[in-house]
Design a protein around this ligand. Structure first.
Ligand code: EPZ
Length: 421
């Protein structure tokens, strides 16, 4: 089992380039099922989750050419059709986002069998909203032995759909399916994350007729077929937020490149309230060590609110403040697993239901810690960078799911970080 060992308190000095967005790449890859032509995706991050999605797609008849992934971050996908429409448990259990093949398969094959993704560390994460919305387009569903079996014998038909709660994945699944349904689909209460807008931009470049309205509504005129395209993935706003926090809590100065400022406007306003030393220079961010004296009460929310995917990371930052802050986690029911590990490193964070109180602490000390999920594991890396002494982080496969070249990016700026078997 690989581990990461970090000796803390090294100043970070240098440039970090933000990679393409994992959460935009995954639905974009699933969209390859919607056409017989080739989809070329650029700025794809070389991450474990990308390889997992490629394996799921290969098992469904998509040819995934990854020969340019490592050195050029390009992947080419071509669905050559196959009567296989079964996404196996063994693949789906590794990554919940595999559920994103459901809508495209139903639209193209008029049938699909996808393993229930199952919960994961951060919560039960059901898929009822995906299923109910696709049923409104004509999908007939039943659950058998842990698999979602669905078919639409006479194809999908446009419908008026009101999503009962805002769901990123369900929004993506239903928009992809509706792109090839007969007639018009109107979906309300959609999620509006930049990753969804990136998917819509790509689908429109494939010939889909999609119009995003204000107030979380989208209108889709189904088309007969979609073409191939070449699309460049947006930068990863969660990775960007993570490295901004790294730059603020460590000594030194970081230049962060490839940032989409529109996508992190909400983050920058929270960081401004904390009076952190972050300035914009052309298209880059300059981030310097900041003394954190302010406190805030933060709610994680759907975009454009503060993202749940940065909740663990900002806890490390708020632990350094002279005043207590609170964070309420409103998206997932169990997303505080990083707290016991951070407290073992010296933090003083109390949990009361969905609310965390982050009290001032006397800094962090190195320890043996355990990663539990992707974003929790990177919060342990952040704490390790400023901890006194050595930290060993176990189960780093969580990190590899969402952070491309993490050690190299940090070591390249002077961090004392290495991966060991
Ligand atoms: C996406 O997950 C992201 N993953 C998550 O990022 C992110 O945390 C999440 O959106 C929220 O922003 C990808 O994009 C691949 P949801 P998703 O459907 O689509 C409940 C990371 O670290 N729900 O918006 O699964 C659900 O349980 C990952 O990169 C239902 O109840 O999130 C959750 O409480 C973690 N029924 C809430 O909605 C459903 O059918 C939001 O989930 C679907 C969701």
């Amino acid at each position: 089992m690989e581990k990461i060992v970090i000796i803390g308190e090294e100043p970070l000095q240098g440039t970090i380039e933000i990679s393409g967005s994992k959460n935009a790449s995954l639905p974009l890859m699933a969209a390859s099922i919607l056409t017989d032509e080739t989809i070329v995706l650029k700025n794809i991050p070389n991450l474990a989750d990308i390889h997992t999605m490629a394996s799921v797609l290969e098992s469904l008849g998509v040819n995934c050419n990854k020969s340019d992934l490592i050195n050029k971050n390009i992947i080419q996908l071509n669905y050559h059709g196959s009567d296989k429409a079964l996404a196996e448990y063994d693949l789906v259990r590794k990554m919940r986002a595999s559920i994103l093949v459901l809508g495209p398969l139903l639209a193209r094959k008029r049938k699909a069998t996808v393993s229930m993704p199952g919960g994961c560390a951060i919560g039960a994460r059901p898929v009822n909203i995906h299923v109910d919305a696709l049923a409104k387009l004509g999908g007939e569903f039943n659950l058998e032995k842990g698999y979602i079996k669905c078919e639409a014998k006479s194809g999908l038909k446009g419908a008026k759909i009101e999503l009962p709660m805002i769901s990123v994945g369900a929004t993506e699944n239903i928009i992809m399916a509706a792109s090839l349904a007969k007639g018009e689909t109107e979906i309300s209460n959609i999620a509006t994350e930049p990753e969804i807008i990136d998917l819509i931009d790509c689908l429109k470049s494939m010939g889909a007729q999609i119009e995003v309205q204000s107030d979380r509504r989208v209108l889709i005129q189904g088309v007969e077929s979609l073409n191939g395209t070449t699309h460049s993935v947006i930068p990863d706003r969660i990775e960007a937020g993570t490295y901004i926090i790294a730059g603020v809590i460590t000594k030194g100065e970081l230049q962060i490149k490839n940032v989409n400022f529109d996508h992190i406007a909400n983050l920058l306003s929270v960081f401004e309230n904390l009076e952190l030393n972050i300035t914009r220079e052309n298209n880059n961010l300059i981030v310097k060590e900041s003394s954190v004296s302010k406190n805030i009460s933060l709610d994680t929310k759907e975009y454009p609110g503060f993202p749940t995917d940065l909740q663990a990371q900002i806890m490390v930052l708020l632990s350094l403040s002279k005043n207590a802050s609170t964070i309420r986690e409103n998206i997932f029911e169990n997303r505080f697993m990083h707290v016991p590990e951070l407290n073992r490193m010296g933090a003083d964070i109390n949990i009361n239901g969905s609310q965390a109180t982050i009290n001032p602490c006397n800094g962090f000390s190195g320890a043996q810690v355990m990663a539990t999920d992707l974003r929790a594991s990177v919060s342990l890396v952040l704490a390790s960078l400023i901890a006194k002494g050595e930290t060993t982080i176990n189960r780093v496969y969580h990190l590899d799911r969402g952070y491309e070249n993490l050690e190299n990016k940090l070591a390249g700026c002077g961090a004392n970080i290495k991966r060991i078997q």
